[in-house]
Ligand binder design. Structure first.
Ligand code: MN
Ligand code: MN
Length: 453
């Protein structure tokens, strides 16, 4: 009678270790060089171009076709078109922004002989995680004439790094709440301490400006028109004596961006299938590159026009009605040291496969995107048939946790949507941890669902 019970097992007991390790290698390479939205879009575009995908502008509407559209360097949508779009699509959508620290638009100050850069955190972080760790600055500075300067300091061997330094314990004995102890306005980055000769006021800051001018040809005002992100300068590594985990920054949610991208490249079926890489999920999906924006709808409209539809709006509704979306985002795996925040039967275990989250939201399902039973049944059937390991997971106990993904913004458009992704330990920290099994099963699941949903 044991088979009546719904139980999961460690993937290490069920899966081919060689395939898992092989996939992990490619992922490690990706996650070590894609730490920002722009870097990830660039990576995806390179892969897609190599695989014969063409930009939407160059697509003539032939079926089958492989098309993509990059949007403002920070978001991307790509599709394999195998029939009329009005037949529906299978989409796996993820986000490529991660919690981090940004530079303020007028960042440079000098105080007590040290030049500092003022910062502004992005997304839901525990501020104290970001003190006393090496940080890289990655991004772009755009000059008045439109020239774009690529900035990447801290990632190459031999580069300097940057640190937000905390107070030593000897002088920090006050027993304050974390919210009082760690304040955003104290998250100032150390950038230098050598004064420029023959200067009296702010000589250290001036020296920093001189270095920036020599390196990038910029002046202080140019920092106003910049997207500069501080990310951990910590290389991804295998974690554990048995090397079963991968530790890296930004796995939420670039792990789903990578697994869905590779799944799309390798998928073959008669269905229309695609991926979307969104920006701005961590701050609510607002803005022209987030999931609330129109860019991917613009892409679908362009496709429909190229396929010869005259009433594009009507055709778009028809296409969306028949569309299935996997909202590919990470879940929380149980950390045995903090397991009281979870309802264990409804929480994800590291190494037990991709996590199926029937609904998101908080408390009484407020703000939830909930998948219909019909869709969940079809997904379950496909995964079981293909022997993909999956489990269920919710974001913590009902009155404790909760959270949202991009799911609801696609659901709003009329598509069927289900949340699925690997579970992480230490999500939103500078060094998130994933089981290699769950990484691999995410890829396998996305491939199966792109092909068969
Ligand atoms: Mn996420
Ligand atoms: Mn997140």
């Amino acid at each position: 009678m044991k088979e009546l019970k719904f139980e999961t097992k460690s993937g290490w007991l069920l899966k081919d270790r060689e395939a898992i390790e092989g996939f992990s290698k490619g992922y490690l390479e990706f996650i070590s060089k894609c730490k920002t939205e722009r870097q990830t879009v660039r990576f995806a575009e390179e892969v897609l171009a190599r695989e014969g995908f063409v930009s939407i502008e160059d697509y003539d509407g032939t079926i089958p076709g492989k098309v993509y559209m990059k949007f403002r360097e920070k978001a991307l949508v790509a599709m394999k078109i195998n029939s009329k779009l009005t037949d529906g699509m299978n989409l796996v959508v993820s986000h490529i922004d991660s919690p981090r620290i940004d530079l303020k638009p007028h960042p440079l100050i000098e105080d007590e002989g040290i030049a500092l850069a003022k910062t502004h955190y992005y997304g839901g972080i525990k501020k104290y995680h970001w003190f006393n760790i090496p940080l890289s600055i990655i991004g772009v500075i755009v000059k008045e004439d439109g020239t774009k300067v690529d900035v990447n300091i801290g990632e190459e061997e031999g580069d300097p790094v940057f640190v937000i330094s905390d107070l030593l314990p000897h002088l920090d004995r006050k027993d304050e709440k974390v919210s009082e102890k760690f304040q955003a306005e104290k998250m100032n980055l150390i950038v230098g301490s050598i004064p420029l000769k023959d200067e009296e006021k702010e000589a250290v800051k001036l020296n920093i400006l001189k270095i920036l001018n020599e390196k990038y040809g910029i002046k202080e005002e140019d920092l106003v028109s910049a997207d500069l992100e501080l990310v951990p300068a910590i290389p991804p590594r295998e974690v554990g004596l048995d090397r079963s985990f991968i530790g890296a920054y930004g796995q939420d949610d670039r792990i789903c961006a990578y697994t869905s991208l590779i799944a799309l490249i390798e998928s073959n079926s008669s269905k229309n299938m695609g991926i979307i890489l969104f920006d701005k999920e961590e701050i609510g999906s607002d803005g022209n590159t987030g999931a609330k924006s129109r860019f991917y709808m613009m892409f679908f409209r362009k496709l429909l026009k190229k396929q010869g539809f005259n009433d594009v709006e009507c055709a778009l509704d028809e296409a969306l009605e028949k569309t299935n979306v996997i909202s590919a985002d990470v879940s929380a795996a149980i950390n045995p040291s903090f397991k009281d925040v979870h309802d264990i039967p409804n929480a994800a275990k590291a190494g037990h496969g991709i996590v199926l989250t029937k609904y998101t939201g908080a408390r009484g399902k407020a703000g939830a995107s909930e998948a219909r039973a019909e869709l969940v049944a079809r997904v379950r059937a496909i995964l079981n048939k293909r022997k993909v390991l999956w489990q269920v997971g919710l974001l913590g106990k009902v009155d404790v946790g909760g959270g949202g993904t991009v799911a609801k913004f696609l659901a709003e458009k009329g598509a069927e949507v289900l949340d699925m992704g690997p579970g992480l330990l230490g999500m939103h920290s500078p060094y998130e941890i994933v089981s290699k099994v769950d990484l691999y099963e995410a890829y396998e699941a996305y491939k199966a669902l792109l092909e068969e949903l």
